[in-house]
Design a protein around this ligand. Structure first.
Ligand SMILES: *Cc1c(COP(=O)(O)O)cnc(C)c1O
Length: 398
């Protein structure tokens, strides 16, 4: 069926655009020999893992459930068996009752503290999971979005250089303690970027080398994971600078470089279809109430906050008819944004929000008893519904 025949609300993942993105990422892998993983927390529509796994090296997870999903649907997917895809995990803290399973599912487990390393090192080694530590290079490269800055003062994410030195005794009785204290550790990880370009990565690498260079040089180290937040598939992304960054680490330290983008994998590769339910007026503003909700179906619009792109619309006042687009929930702030149109909106009319594949399905909720949008996949304009949700999906969580 065509897009306009789908029920609303509905997320539509554009497989052609997804594949375009995957080809760009594969180009970086071919050029450098780095390994790129899908960060599932941004996008976990596993019906498309067979496509993603044709290009990338596997998945990374934020905990047990994502690790299971990545392992089952990508690494163990029969269609991808000969690709030997990997499953990685980072969590700010692991639960004791889950860790053995996590270690059995994952090729790499990354710890966020020395206490967690001590607690789980033997279990990780027993299950053959490679151990990494997350560093905090304390190098903020983004303004404005403090909640997306793991380098902000007081951050719980990553171990600082000072804590590393204290724990390992580096600079003191080094020979004795570093090897012992970091026994089993074979990689380091940082994740400090969010929707950023490669110049910010380059600055971050300067800080990483300055503060953690001696650890990168230890003979036991095999890999460095650059985390996510690299907006590699965005038009103005400086791929040559990224390639330079990857080579720099490969050549200087002889390490395998991993990247684990989420956004960049499915950037601009999805839509959210919705319909106008009613139009009300207040204080000279026309407000269109939609069958989708910012609070339930695009929570980053309120959290980030941002104004999602909408097909065939302009900024408020740019086109002849301006509307505030809002959800049907009780939340007064369930407002998506103000948009203008060439013609007045009509009740029943369909609207298409863009860039809705990432951080959408994975974050949606049923506040107010809102139904979850269906999920469809589109190839060359032809759509098939992958999932539909109903009352049971709402009730079963309560
Ligand atoms: C969020 C996250 C990612 C993916 O980030 P994107 O901004 O979606 O690219 C990768 N690794 C870690 C550890 C993360 O927390």
């Amino acid at each position: 069926m065509r897009m306009d025949q789908l029920p609303t609300p509905c997320y539509v993942v554009d497989e052609d655009q997804l594949e375009e993105n995957l080809k760009i990422l594969a180009g970086v892998m071919e050029e450098t020999g780095c390994r790129i993983l899908l960060a599932q927390k941004a996008f976990s529509a596993y019906g498309l893992y067979p496509l993603i796994g044709k290009y990338l090296n596997g998945t990374t997870a934020s905990g047990l459930f994502e690790a299971r999903l990545g392992r089952q649907e990508m690494a163990l997917n029969p269609a991808l068996a000969e690709r030997k895809l990997e499953t990685h995990v980072f969590s700010a803290a692991y639960r004791e009752d889950e860790f053995a399973e996590i270690a059995s599912l994952c090729d790499h487990v990354v710890f966020n503290s020395f206490a967690q390393l001590e607690k789980f090192r033997d279990t990780a080694i027993k299950h053959g999971a490679g151990i990494g530590l997350r560093m905090n290079p304390e190098c903020s490269t983004q303004e404005g979005h403090a909640i997306y800055d793991p380098c902000a003062p007081g951050s719980r994410l990553g171990i600082t250089a000072e804590q590393f030195a204290e724990w390992t005794g580096f600079g003191g009785t080094r020979e004795v303690s570093v090897e012992k204290k970091l026994a089993g550790v074979e990689g380091l990880h940082f994740h400090t970027l969010c929707e950023q370009n490669a110049d910010d990565l380059e600055r971050t690498l300067d800080a990483v080398e300055e503060k953690f260079g001696p650890y990168l040089s230890l003979p036991q180290m095999k890999w460095l994971n650059f985390g996510g937040g690299h907006h590699i598939t965005r038009k103005d992304y400086q791929i040559p600078v990224l390639i330079r960054c990857i080579r720099r680490i490969q050549e200087k330290y002889g390490l395998t470089v991993y990247l684990e983008p989420g956004e960049a994998v499915a950037l601009n590769a999805g839509y959210l279809l919705t319909r106008v339910l009613d139009i009300v007026e207040n204080g000279g503003i026309s407000i269109a109430i939609l069958d989708t909700s910012a609070a339930c179906h695009m929570p980053d619009v309120l959290e980030m906050p941002y104004r999602p792109p909408l097909k065939d619309s302009g900024m408020p006042g740019e086109k002849a008819f301006t509307y505030r687009l809002a959800g049907p929930t009780c939340l007064a702030g369930d407002v998506i944004g103000d948009y203008s149109f060439d013609r007045p909106l009509e009740i029943g009319q369909e609207l298409i929000f863009q860039d809705m594949a990432i951080y959408s399905m994975v974050k949606n909720n049923t506040f107010n008893g809102m139904a979850l949008p269906a999920i469809a996949f589109m190839r060359q304009g032809e759509c098939r519904i992958w999932k539909q949700f109903g009352y049971a999906d709402f009730k079963e969580r309560l």
